[in-house]
Each structure stands twice: as C-alpha cells, then as structure tokens.
Write a protein that binds this ligand. Structure first.
Ligand SMILES: [Zn+2]
Length: 132
C-alpha cells in the first residue's frame, strides 16, 4: 500500500497534478535514530493507537532534528494528519527557537515559509517591507 501511495504521488508530481512534496510521512513504533531520519521524511512515532511524536529534519537547510509533541494533554503540542499520498499537514506552525529561527507551516507535504522566518529562502519583497 505504501509503495502504491509513493507511486501515485510521484506520478501526480511528475504530471504536475500536485505540487512538489517536501515531506513524506511514515509511522514508526520507535523514535528514529539520527541516521534513520532522512531529510524529507516525517516520522510519526505511534504507540498503539496513540500518536506521540513527529520527528523530521528542519527543512531550512540546517538539518536540525525537530521533535514535535503530539500528546494532546501537554503544551505545546501539535497535530499531524496525512492523506493517502502520505503528505502530512501539521498544525499549528513550527517555529524554531535555535539559531536558524525557521518558522513555517506544513500543508499537504509542502513547507510554507512564514514572513518572519529567519530562513534565507523566504522571498524578499521588492519594496523591502516584510509585511505581516
Ligand atoms: Zn532550520
């Protein structure tokens, strides 16, 4: 089933039916070790039926490991869901407080940068204003 999802997503991307996917979700019963966590993959650590953590590497180029708590009883917490093409959506946005200061949303597998992100890929406005 996973292979089918990957194949459909790849084909849909190639045919430009959907945008390029930045993050692809997979579920694991265990935390991924640093070398198991590849750029572009989001690992949902699931214990039985309970989603506990979402782990992925910062898409801002720094590669920092990001771990989001999915435990709804704790703060801060995030919610991750993914469609049948394994494209994750994360709510709310992710803000890195380390040196990279990345701030972004993940919607259907795509990273959307916030204007206040410290990330260099944020498109500069021609008038020099960042806006809100
Ligand atoms: Zn970063």
């Amino acid at each position: 089933m996973r292979i089918f999802s990957h194949l459909c997503r790849w084909t849909a991307e190639r045919c430009r039916l959907i945008g390029r996917t930045d993050l692809v979700a997979r579920v694991s019963p265990r935390h991924p070790s640093p070398d198991q966590l590849q750029t572009g993959s989001l690992v949902v650590v699931r214990d039985g039926t309970l989603d506990k953590w979402a782990c992925f590497r910062c898409p801002g180029g720094c590669g920092e490991k990001i771990q989001l708590s999915l435990n709804q009883a704790r703060r801060p917490r995030w919610a991750v869901r993914f469609d049948w093409l394994l494209r994750p959506t994360i709510e709310p946005s992710v803000r890195q407080l380390n040196a990279c200061r990345c701030h972004f949303w993940v919607k259907r597998g795509q990273v959307h940068w916030c204007h206040d992100s410290g990330h260099r890929q944020v498109p500069k406005r021609t008038n020099g204003a960042w806006g809100r």
